[in-house]
Design a protein around this ligand. Structure first.
Ligand code: APR
Length: 204
């Protein structure tokens, strides 16, 4: 089931909360900082033990890693790294005549794979939660703070990926009635009322 709440993700007594981390995975600002503060220093120690896949990178963008939650009410923290939003709007070349006036060249945003990487954050976090037997998971609005992802675009990706995951997991042929009923609860934990409104529009 999908729920939208407004609040501080560090207070949620769910099986897993998702952290919008960076690739180094040793804390930061925003929700990353809040989770590390609430979990206590053992979370930093646990992150330090996560092997680097290359110098200075424990979790590449789009991937996810899991640690326990330590002092948090949540059992696990799933760390995922969203893309930094780097839209470059470039004229699409020339301008098209429109009657007497000509339309200014339309500006087309050119991205660098951000949508795919953000989608992967949700997919990989859900998969990791399932692998660890989680029945409830809470997401912050990944990449929409310091990483600058437009909130509406990011929310559309988040909702699409969660709905696809839940549809696939409840239609799995081997799923028994109990397993079907044990569908994972997914919570979008929004920090602002604006974010809540964005998700409510998408999920109404
Ligand atoms: N609970 C829920 N949501 C929160 C909380 C909180 N306690 N604190 C912040 N948020 C929200 C922000 O309002 C935003 O909507 O989390 C969303 C993600 O914002 P950021 O935390 O800035 O994350 P992101 O944009 O993904 O940037 C990641 O920021 O903190 C650093 O180390 C982190 O380098 C990484 C970068």
């Amino acid at each position: 089931m999908i729920k939208i709440i407004q609040g501080d993700i560090t207070t949620l007594a769910v099986d897993a909360i998702v952290n919008a981390a960076n690739q180094v995975m040793l804390g930061g600002g925003g929700v990353d900082g809040a989770i590390h503060r609430a979990a206590g220093p053992e979370l930093y120690e646990a992150c330090l033990k996560v092997p680097e896949v290359r110098p200075g990178v424990r979790c590449p963008t789009g991937e996810a890693r899991i640690t326990t939650g330590f002092k948090l009410p949540a059992k696990f923290v799933i760390h995922t790294v969203g893309p930094v939003y780097r839209e470059i709007t470039a004229p699409c070349g020339g301008s098209r005549p429109m009657g007497k006036r000509t339309r200014r060249a339309e500006r087309v945003p050119r991205l660098h794979g951000e949508p795919e990487k953000l989608a992967a954050c949700y997919r990989n976090s859900l998969a990791l939660a399932m692998e660890n037997g989680c029945k409830s998971i809470a997401f912050p609005c990944i990449s929409t703070g310091i990483y600058g992802y437009p909130k509406e675009d990011a929310a559309e990706i988040a909702v699409r990926e969660v709905e696809e995951f839940l549809a696939a997991s409840t239609s799995a042929p081997c799923a028994t009635v109990d397993e079907k009923n044990a569908e994972m609860d997914v919570i979008f934990c929004c920090f602002s009322t604006h974010d809540v409104a964005v998700y409510e529009r998408l999920l109404k």
